[in-house]
Structures are given as C-alpha cells and as structure tokens.
Design a protein around this ligand. Structure first.
Ligand SMILES: [Zn+2]
Length: 76
C-alpha cells in the first residue's frame, strides 16, 4: 500500500512563453497531452519534457518528504 498515492493529480506550473503567466496543469494531464492552452492569452503551449520532468521530480520529492514527516508523526 506504500505507493497507493498518485502524482497524476498533483499540479505543476509551467510559464507561458507568450505572456509569461503560469499555466497550471496536473501531472496526469501533462503526461497524456503535452500541450496546454494558456488561460490568459489562449496560446497553445507545448510542454517541454525536460523542464516538466524537473518539476515532476521536485513534486515527487516534496510528496515523499511529506510522507516521511507524516510517517514519523504517526510512529509516536
Ligand atoms: Zn499566455
């Protein structure tokens, strides 16, 4: 049961190359369809796989850290 959580619902922000506003996209959405539409300027943005991977790694790391902290809390 250790890996029952899914990162697919975790949100990451990608900067819009057109208006530089952050576009919120879930990891699951990004994996399925690596192009999103900016809500501000309606530009279709292709997600950069390398940059996305970095963000996903960062989210995974923070989720693991959080789980570890929660685990320590419940051990008492
Ligand atoms: Zn934009």
């Amino acid at each position: 049961m250790g890996d029952s959580f899914s990162l697919d619902n975790e949100k990451i922000q990608v900067p819009c190359p057109n208006c530089s506003k952050g576009i919120e996209v879930t990891i699951g959405q990004a994996k399925r369809n690596p192009s999103v539409q900016c809500r501000s300027c309606r530009q279709t943005v292709k997600l950069d796989a390398t940059q996305m991977k970095k963000q996903i790694d960062a989210v995974e790391k923070s989720v693991r850290d959080l789980q570890r902290q929660l685990g320590n809390m419940f051990k008492k």
